[in-house]
Design a protein around this ligand. Sequence first.
Ligand SMILES: [Zn+2]
Length: 1009
Amino acid sequence: MAIHGEWILFTLMTIWCVESKYMVYNTTSKIVPGKLNVHLVAHTHDDVGWLKTVDQYYVGSNNSIQGACVQNVLDSIVPALLADKNRKFIYVEQAFFQRWWRDQSETVQEIVKQLINSGQLELINGGMCMHDEAAPHYIDMIDQTTLGHRFIKQEFNITPRIGWQIDPFGHSAVQAYLLSAEVGFDSLFFARIDYQDRAKRKDEKSLEVVWRGSKSLGSSAQIFAGAFPENYEPPNNFYYEVNDDSPIVQDDMELFDYNVPERVNEFVAAALSQANITRTNHVMWTMGTDFKYQYAHTWFRQMDKFIHYVNQDGRVNALYSTPSIYTDAKYATNKAWPLKTDDYFPYADIINAYWTGYFTSRPALKGYVRTMSAYYLAARQLEFFKGKSKSGPNTDYLADALALAQHHDAVSGTSKQHVANDYAKRLSIGYEKAAKVVETSLASITRSSSKTDSGSPVTKFQQCLLLNISYCPASEVDLSNGKNLVVVVYNSLGWKREDIVRIPVIDENVIVKDHGGNEIKSQLLPLQKASLAIRNYYSMAYLGKSPSVTPKYWLAFSASAPPLGFNTYFISSRKRKETTIAAPSKNHVVYGSKGKQKDVIKVGPGNLKLVYSANQPKLIGYISSRNMIKESVRQSYSFYSGATDKQQASGAYIFRPNGTYSTKPDDQASFTVLRGPILDEVHQRINSWIYQVTRVYKDKEYAEFEFTVGPIPINDGIGKEVVTQISTPMKTNKTFYTDSSGRDFLERIRDYRKDWTLDVNQPVAGNYYPINLGMYMKDDNKELSVLVDRSVGGASIKDGQLELMLHRRLLQDDGRGVAEALNETVCVLNKCSGLTVVGKYYLKIDPLGEGAKWRRSFGQEIYSPFLLAFTEQEGNGWTNSHISSFSGMDPSYVLPDNVAMITLEELNDGKLLLRFAHLYEVEEDKDLSVMASVQLQKIFAHNKIIKVTEMSLSANQGRAEMEKKRLVWKVEGSSEEAPEVVRGGPVDPATLVVELAPMEIRTFVIDFE
Ligand SMILES: [Zn+2]
């Protein structure tokens, strides 16, 4: 070793002697007051899946698609930063960082920790991915951010300071106030805002604002937010990846092409031009873009030279910086900033290019993500009741898969098909593992220690993920041999709840009993041909086999379950009275028979009636005798044909309609009404590729629309974007309301933007907004709300009308990089056809001012449907040997109507992570927009709480600590204080009562005895 060392020393000395002109660049510059400071922020934007899968991007495989290897990026950053301690770098996507971290030796890990401690390497944003802001639900945004922040806290004891949403295609109010301010960020940066908005903001130097995203939380949850002048890349001619062709700084006088003065001039010119549209003497240059810094040295070598020569020149001051340093510099100027409210949707990058198609792109993936999101929430509750297993199975894999799925090319629907498949595969593996947690937890809870002798076998529960295609082997069983089908109905909400359970059965002679042994009302609905066709095709496609039996009926019954608990129901064989089978009503089975029928058909066994005209036949009216509402309502389907012209086609991102067409009934159209004591169903075959079931329940005040859309025909060579419209004569004055990431409702006005005078070039696409929870419109005396079961796009193109885009199939790429047409197919035995999507939306009309109750409480029920688990039992002994009713909470307690528990999760150290969300905004509901209180000790009836610590939203720091550090930004034009915002007070350790003000979400870590 010694000889080796001497040799290196000798060699180095030789180099120094011969190459005496070794150049030391002065990169020490800091902020210089009084000069224009150019903050060079070295960064890489690493999509957690897009053209390649997350793992392909990490290891650098599949390079024929895109030469990208994140492992190279992180590997090359370390020596580049070590080479000069003034150099800085930020890293964002934790899904990649964690993969890399696991691969490193302890030595490298130690070096990286030092780089992080010194501020040379800064982890910002810090979620597993850079989530999309249109398609994810706020609960998923919180979960994926928490996961990334937890890792950063554990490994580095760091809390990220900066929001960095540089690529998502428009920005949600929830991102600003919840996922930025409430996680303790000091600022939020992004690139994509509407081109018209950007132009005006450049003019007015208002790209940087104080963004107040929530009416309810106001200035208490505002954030400094900066939109970049163009995009998240360097200025033109300053790209320095190995094979980029921007001119390098050639400063060796002995070589040809010496160009230092030219390059310095160009640098200064670009800086001054940015300064012209920016307040204060600080501008940020985002030095990097997608998957750059695979050979970090090339970037840093050029930046070293620029900093050296530009500062020698002295007109401007260039420095290595980070968004944190930049933010602190902005803050130190003590300036007041323009106020921004609401959000940055929709986004158009150029004329006629509205990125509003992705609100709906890949609707099946969107539905899958939402289903898994709710399942993850419920599974973590059951995991806690049982006790989390570190070695598995546990919910960790599902957590990771869901986190990846929130990426801005995942649930957004803008990845290549093989990547979309990868997200779905991860969700599927995660589900399998979480399902085991659910099944073993239910087996352990139902197996009461007092009731069961220890020798009895553990119950094997089954679940039915494919109920949406009428496929449930667990319930499609023969009960004629005297067996009982045991159905455990678990409710993950904090309220007691009743809902209709529907499961496929093979025999009509079945009855349902509750756990008291009483037969309860049930109803059979014949399984329609349309459902069977989907069931058979998709079970072949997904499972590779045809179902062995064919169910004949849906069995529907009303189930109730206590909060965070379950009730058990028993299905057994017995001849039932025929009247409980919903039979097609004779009068209106067939479509098209003229003249003989009554003029109208009223549907609905309870207070709500839907009225259909018998001749057409179609929906014409909505009558609620309970609310005294009578409204003319029409519902229809139509499609936009996707533009295909070269200038701008409709595609995965962009919605560009080229004409609209109503769906014409063809010879397959049919109309059938099924009536029963629990619900009525209207089956409509709209045309050969749209089928709809409308359900009106006896005890529910809303109508449920289940649509089956697809395969969308393309044999005419035209891509189609399928929408449904709800039309009324309501005078809505161009105004409607859509939710922000499933939370606050924002007012939308057709052909209008609050922030600038809109030049309307796409009257349809430019009026579309992302819908996660729902949308509504109102007139002088009522409001009409539509709620959805997944994220979709929605609009109100005409007064009195709401429109949802349900599915899209397109034949052209829209030129934003994905380089594939959005043409989803499903294959059986190498024969492929267009994807069919089954989904639901819900409709209710309320007297003005009363709609929020339904949107909020029922919205939570849509998000968290009952979780069903099945097992079979010989004879009737279940209730003697098992616990058949359970609540995780004190049986006398329920959460207040305006509060949802959005997280209950056992952490690896045995502590509990708990989150409550107030569901109402200020002034949204006269009764429920008030302070709510939750009694913690009643929620944990079975555990003794010894400590409650309130945390930031992502639970990586104490709330109080976060508040202490918060930067208080000034808002332009408001000399007086902003109105006082009400928030819940501190939790008294004696009473353990948690207060929640409207729209407040509070996060706690709980220690149990
Ligand atoms: Zn991206």
